[in-house]
Design a protein around this ligand. Structure first.
Ligand SMILES: [Cu+2]
Length: 179
């Protein structure tokens, strides 16, 4: 009898640890976006409408895929994005053909292809990166418009720390019970 109870308790504990871990991982997980989806990074795609299809959050990654030498991906300032003149206002240059750009800050990013004529031809877009991944309830019409919180990246960090705290606390309480 005592043994059965012991196994019941340990199984329950492992289930709880598993659920809490899964919850934590799903909330903290970042997403990877292939720029242009199936079209990848190429001429003839409207990237501004591509970027409007998604919500981007801090920690997400943009992947620029193209044949090296035929295109490039420059992270630029807004003026450069508008003028398509990559001779100034360039923040980062990516030219490998498979460029991973992590969106580390809650801000607006601008990207262009700096090969002659490509930016003016549509190879440019902006993304508005949010400090936290909005869940479905955040999208309800009653909460529109949502002003961008100025310290949203800090808030996101705090949310993750808070979840990590629960996770560690739960593990700390549960593990000694098992051993
Ligand atoms: Cu190009």
């Amino acid at each position: 009898m005592k043994e059965t109870k012991f196994f019941f308790i340990t199984n329950s504990l492992f289930l709880m640890i598993f659920i809490i871990s899964a919850l934590f991982l799903s909330l903290a997980k970042s997403e990877e976006f292939i720029v242009g989806d199936d079209q990848e990074w190429s001429s003839g795609t409207n990237y501004q409408s591509w970027s409007k299809k998604y919500n981007f959050s801090v920690g997400d990654v943009l992947v620029f895929k193209y044949v090296k030498g035929q295109h490039d991906a420059y992270e630029v300032e807004e003026d450069t994005y508008r003028s398509c003149d990559g001779s100034s206002g360039v923040i980062n240059k990516y030219e490998s053909g498979s460029d991973r750009v992590e969106l580390t800050q809650a801000k607006k990013y601008w990207f262009i292809c700096n090969v002659d004529g490509h930016c003016l031809g549509g190879m440019r877009f902006s993304v508005d990166v949010q400090g936290f991944r909005p869940n479905s309830t955040d999208l309800s019409p009653t909460q529109q418009p949502v002003p961008a919180p100025p310290k949203s990246s800090t808030r996101s960090l705090r949310t993750h720390n808070w979840l990590m705290g629960i996770y560690l606390l739960a593990s700390g309480i549960l593990l000694p019970l098992y051993f």
